[in-house]
Design a protein around this ligand. Structure first.
Ligand code: URP
Ligand code: ZN
Ligand code: ZN
Ligand code: ZN
Length: 484
């Protein structure tokens, strides 16, 4: 059984041209004019693009005393409804727990996925066991990325010496380290001070995590990666200070990548000063939303290439879950949703405003991600032989975002009331039509795990440090007597 996507304009990260796309056995088998097949999908007036890849989601994640509310079923359904055909979730071992054991839990949860998925492994503690298991994770389990939390002191945070050891291990294994870059010690001290002064509302969350705290940690992680000879991927880059550190490292020849979230691109810090406690608490995430100046910096980075990827960090909590933080903002579960809305919002605020070209849109929502995570061109491409993960994008379809019509299982949407123009007409996951306009017909369990092999060539450290990585023994004629 073949399907032909007919009459559309193919848009990839570097080309725009008119052609039909034929799909069979879950793969793209032919691209060209006037193709025929058993089923025809009308793409007239639409753009035919690689399905979105969201490289940063937390589905059914144990976090801050609860579990994020969207699981692999509702989360991937939300993604497909918005044109996203692959997600990468974070496997999170408890400190002290075996990475392999933690992965078993994630394998079980993910059997319900409606679209393909992969995992990042988190390094939440350090020891010989982690060092050993990292090799198994890369070579046997098909995971080539390791996440490090520089924040969440007393829970998931790792220290600089642990990061340095882990980054070196990544470099040796051909893996890419990821960092959540915020100075966890400073955040904890600021939080305590705010609480002592009686600032216990959600705005305290924003005050305790200013942009400089993120910029410092980003820069520190970059230096540590450089010394370890590893590339680096900075998740949820939210501010100019962090972007600046990434730009500088790239200019110096390092492979450092930055990932703004759709939330930071379209929502600002005023959300934390709403008179309605629920409104502000629902938007508590780390890093917090920033002001207009930081948003402009992120948009510029996406256009110029100093930032490469747009993600969601989808980590949705219900209003009831958020309310555990009444009286102490430190207890509000950190995280917001966005899986269903990332692509339509980025199109509306990026392509429709002229801030991004259509090709840049494809690059930052799909192709760049596939390349950085080493799954290109299986994913992220409209090419013969690629998986038929395709979105047929109708640039004229509009809607108003609302919790009432969303796929996510939470009771609100942080983008409530925002208009979007540009939505999927069809979303295909390995050739199966999962979404047709407003009709969602996903198949639970259709999603498969996507192995990601180690990188052949990892970063080499900057020349300044490389000169002393192999210390030279100094022959001395004599050593002065000690003591005086
Ligand atoms: O607030 C956030 N971002 N929650 C999810 C966990 C993380 O830090 O990525
Ligand atoms: Zn994070
Ligand atoms: Zn509100
Ligand atoms: Zn996250």
């Amino acid at each position: 059984m073949s399907t032909v996507i007919k009459g559309g304009t193919i848009v990839t990260a570097d080309l725009t041209y008119k052609a039909d796309v034929k799909v069979e056995g879950g793969k793209i088998v032919e691209i060209g004019p006037d193709l025929s097949g058993d089923t025809v999908l009308d793409a007239a007036g639409c753009y035919v693009m690689p399905g979105g890849i969201d490289p940063h989601v937390h589905l059914e994640m144990p976090f801050m005393g609860t579990y994020s509310a969207d699981d692999f079923e509702s989360g991937t359904r939300a993604g497909l409804a918005g044109g996203t055909t692959m997600v990468v979730d974070f496997c999170l071992p408890d400190p002290g727990q075996s990475l392999i054991d933690a992965l078993k839990r994630w394998d079980n949860k993910s059997t319900r996925a409606n679209c393909d998925y992969s995992f990042h492994m988190s390094v939440t503690w350090w020891g010989e066991q982690v060092f050993d298991e990292m090799k198994t994770i890369v070579e046997e389990k098909g995971i080539n990325t390791f996440k490090h939390f520089m924040a969440y002191k007393g829970a998931l945070m790792v220290n600089d010496d642990e990061m340095f050891a882990s980054f070196q291990r990544c470099a040796a294994l051909g893996a890419l380290p990821l960092v959540h870059a915020e100075n966890g010690d400073v955040v904890a001290a600021m939080q305590q001070k705010l609480m002592d002064e009686g600032n216990n509302g959600p705005e305290g969350h924003a005050y305790s995590r200013p942009p400089s705290v993120e910029g410092e940690a980003t820069n520190r992680a970059i230096i540590i990666a450089d010394m370890a000879g590893a590339p680096l991927y900075v998740v949820h880059t939210s501010c100019e200070q962090s972007h600046e550190a990434i730009r500088r490292a790239r200019q110096n020849g390092m492979r450092v990548y930055g990932e703004p979230l759709i939330q930071h691109l379209t929502l600002d810090e005023s959300e934390y000063f709403n008179k309605d406690w629920d409104h502000s608490a629902r938007r508590v995430m780390s890093p917090p939303f920033r002001n207009r100046q930081h948003q402009d910096s992120l948009w510029a980075g996406l256009a110029s290439g100093s930032l490469q990827v747009v993600a969601t960090d989808h980590c949705a909590f219900t209003t009831d879950q958020k309310r555990t933080g009444i009286g102490d903002f430190r207890k509000i579960p950190n995280g917001t949703g966005g899986l269903e809305d990332r692509m339509p919002l980025l199109w509306t605020h990026g392509v429709n405003t002229g801030r991004l070209t259509m090709n840049e849109f494809v690059a930052v929502t799909s192709t760049n991600i596939a390349k950085i995570l080493n799954v290109y061109p299986k994913k992220g491409a409209i090419l013969v032989g690629a998986d038929a993960d395709i979105v047929v994008w109708d640039p004229k379809r509009s809607k108003t975002i609302s919790a009432k019509s969303q796929q996510s299982s939470i009771d609100y949407n942080v983008f409530e009331g925002k208009e979007v123009t540009g939505l999927p007409r069809y979303t295909l996951t390995r050739g199966v039509v999962a979404v047709e306009e407003a009709t969602v017909k996903t198949r639970e369990g259709h999603g498969q795990f996507v192995r990601r092999e180690p990188f052949a060539a990892v970063n080499k450290a900057l020349s300044t440090w490389k000169e002393i990585t192999a210390p030279r023994k100094v022959e001395r004629s004599g050593i002065p007597a000690s003591g005086v």
